[in-house]
Ligand binder design. Structure first.
Ligand code: G6P
Length: 492
C-alpha cells in the first residue's frame, strides 16, 4: 500500500544536507536547496529512508571520512530521522563528472541548448571525462547502493536525475532481483538529438536507465521521447500504450508524473517574518505594475530573451514606461562552468542595455538581483502582476506552481509552451513560444490589460490544480507505481 512505511534508498547527486563550518569553527548542517531535495523531504517523514549523495563541500568530505563509508543518522526539519550516506569521490573525477559531463554536456543536450554549427566538440577531453569522471562517479554510487542493499535487501532504490544514468545497470548486474526506480527531472529529447553524442555514450545512457523497473518523467512529452529513443538507440521494444519498454529480457514501466509542491508550506512561508520583511521592501520600491521572473541562471531559462521581450514591450507601449518594472530574481548556478558563467554575463549585459535605453527620473525598467534569497522570492511571488516563465525547455518548472499559490494581485502566468508544467496548466496561462520575443512582448501586454475577473479566475484555477495535485499526491502515485513494478517482478 502506498501509505505503508517502507524502506527506501534515495540516490541523488546533491543531498538534502550540506555541511560547513561556522565562524567559531563548529560544524553546521545546512539544508540543501533545489526542487528535488525539497520535494523528496516528505519521503523522509513517512518512510525509512537512507539517502545516498555526493560529498560536495570540504566539510561533507570530512563527514564522509569520519563515517568511514557508512551512513550517519540525521534529522529532517520536523525531527524525522533518516540515514545519510555521503560518497566522497576523487576530486578530479567529480570535476569531470559535474563540470564536463553532467552539466555542459547532458544538461545542454537534454534542454536542446547547443548551436550545433559550433558546439559541442566531442574531443578527447569529453571522452576522458566520460570514462574517468562520469563512469567513475556512477560506479562509486553503485557501490554505495550495493552496500546499503546488503544491509537492507528489501529496500527499493530510487535514483534521481541525469547524474546517475549508469548506476542502475551497475547495480542490476550484481543484484538482478533488486527493485530499482529512476526519476528524470529534466526533459528527454527526441532520438535524433541524442545522435550528437557518440554511440557508446548514448547507448550506455539508455541501457543504464532500462536496467530500472520503473522510470518516471514529468510529462507525457518526455515520456514519449524516451519510448522512441529507447527503440531507436538500443533496439528496445517500446509499448507506449502498455506503458512499458521490454529490453534485455526485462520490463521497464515508464510513467509521466509531474512533480508538485506543498501548498501548506507556501502558506506558512508567505506568513513568515522573513517573507513579510522582504515583501515590505519590494512594496516600497515597486512600480505600479510588476513583471516578475524567478530562476536559476541556467542557460535553459531563457532570461536574455525575456529581457528583450520586455524591451520590446516598453518600446511598443511608451505610455507604460515609468509605470511597469521587471524584477528578476536569479540564483547564480554552476559558475565553475564557462558556458554558465558566460550566460550570466549575457544576462547582465542584456539588462544593462534595456536599462540604459529606457531609464529615466529614477525609474529603472529591470531590477536584476543575482543571489539566492528564497524569502525574497516568496515575497515577490505575492506581489507580481505578471509572472514570466519562458524557459527554452524545462523538465517541469516549479516556480510556475509555487508563485500562484501565494500571489495576492491576480497575477497572470506567461508560460513557455516548452516548460513541462505547460502540459498541466495550459488552459489557465498565456502560452508563449520561448524563441518568439515579439510574442512574449505581446503576452506581457495582454496580461497587463486583462480584466480583473479573468485574471482572478485563471489564478484560482492554477491554485486549485496545485492543491489537488500536490507533492503528497505525486509521491503517492510514484509509490503506487513502485508497488505495481514490485508485483511485476514478483516481489510482493
Ligand atoms: C535543477 C533540476 C534538477 C537537478 C538540479 C541539480 O534544479 O531541475 O533536476 O537535480 O538542477 O542542480 P545542481 O545545483 O545540483 O547542479
Amino acid at each position: 500500500m502506498a501509505s505503508d512505511r517502507r524502506k527506501l534508498i534515495v540516490v541523488s547527486n546533491r543531498g538534502p544536507i550540506a555541511f560547513r563550518r561556522d565562524e567559531e569553527g563548529r560544524r553546521i548542517a545546512r539544508r540543501g536547496g533545489g526542487g528535488l531535495v525539497t520535494a523528496l523531504r516528505s519521503l523522509v517523514t513517512q518512510h525509512d529512508v537512507t539517502w545516498i549523495a555526493s560529498a560536495m563541500s570540504d566539510e561533507d568530505r570530512m563527514v564522509a571520512a569520519e563515517a568511514g563509508e557508512r551512513a550517519i543518522e540525521e534529522r529532517a526539519r520536523d525531527g524525522s530521522p533518516f540515514r545519510l550516506r555521503l560518497v566522497a569521490h576523487e576530486p578530479a573525477a567529480y570535476d569531470w563528472f559535474y563540470n564536463v559531463v553532467s552539466n555542459p554536456t547532458l544538461w545542454f543536450l537534454q534542454h536542446y541548448l547547443w548551436n550545433l554549427a559550433h558546439a559541442p566538440d566531442v574531443d578527447s577531453g569529453l571522452h576522458h571525462a566520460w570514462k574517468e569522471g562520469y563512469i567513475a562517479v556512477n560506479s562509486a554510487f553503485a557501490d554505495a547502493v550495493l552496500a546499503e542493499l546488503d544491509r537492507e535487501p528489501e529496500a527499493a532504490v530510487f535514483f534521481h536525475d541525469y547524474h546517475l544514468y549508469l548506476a542502475p545497470r551497475l547495480v542490476r548486474t550484481r543484484r538482478p532481483e533488486a527493485l530499482l526506480a529512476h526519476f528524470i527531472h529534466v526533459p528527454w529529447p527526441e532520438p535524433d538529438y541524442w545522435h550528437v553524442l557518440p554511440r557508446p555514450i548514448r547507448w550506455a545512457i539508455h541501457d543504464g536507465l532500462l536496467a530500472n523497473d520503473l522510470v518516471g518523467f514529468h510529462t507525457r512529452r518526455w515520456r514519449r521521447n524516451f519510448f522512441q529513443a529507447s527503440a531507436e538507440l538500443v533496439g528496445a521494444e517500446a509499448d507506449p500504450d502498455g506503458g512499458a519498454v521490454r529490453y534485455d529480457g526485462r520490463h521497464t514501466t515508464v510513467v509521466a508524473r509531474p512533480i508538485s509542491v506543498d501548498p501548506l508550506e507556501f502558506d506558512e512561508l508567505a506568513a513568515s517574518e522573513a517573507v513579510i520583511a522582504a515583501e515590505r521592501e519590494i512594496m516600497a520600491r515597486r512600480p505600479e505594475y510588476l513583471v516578475l521572473r524567478v530562476d536559476r541562471t541556467d542557460p535553459s531559462k531563457n532570461v536574455v530573451r525575456g529581457f528583450r521581450a520586455f524591451e520590446r514591450y516598453l518600446a511598443a507601449h511608451p505610455e507604460m514606461q515609468g509605470r511597469v518594472g521587471m524584477l528578476a530574481l536569479l540564483d547564480p548556478s554552476r559558475q565553475d562552468i564557462p558556458e554558465y558563467a558566460e550566460y550570466l554575463g549575457a544576462i547582465q549585459r542584456a539588462a544593462r542595455m534595456v536599462n540604459d535605453r529606457f531609464q529615466h527620473h529614477g525609474w529603472i525598467p529591470i531590477d536584476l538581483q543575482i543571489r539566492d534569497n528564497f524569502p525574497q522570492a516568496v515575497a515577490a511571488y505575492k506581489q507580481y502582476d505578471v509572472l514570466l516563465v519562458n524557459a527554452i525547455f524545462d523538465g517541469l518548472n516549479l516556480v510556475a506552481k509555487e508563485a500562484p499559490l501565494v500571489n495576492e494581485r491576480g497575477g497572470v502566468l506567461v508560460l513557455s509552451e516548452n516548460a513541462g508544467v505547460h502540459e498541466e496548466l495550459s488552459e489557465h496561462v498565456l502560452s508563449v513560444n520561448p524563441f518568439d520575443v515579439e510574442g512574449q512582448a505581446n503576452a506581457i501586454h495582454v496580461a497587463l490589460e486583462m480584466r480583473a475577473g479573468e485574471r482572478q479566475a485563471r489564478l484560482g484555477a492554477i491554485r486549485a490544480h496545485v492543491h489537488e495535485h500536490d507533492i503528497g499526491a505525486w509521491i503517492d502515485s510514484l509509490l503506487r507505481d513502485l508497488d505495481a513494478s514490485a508485483a511485476e517482478v514478483g516481489r510482493v
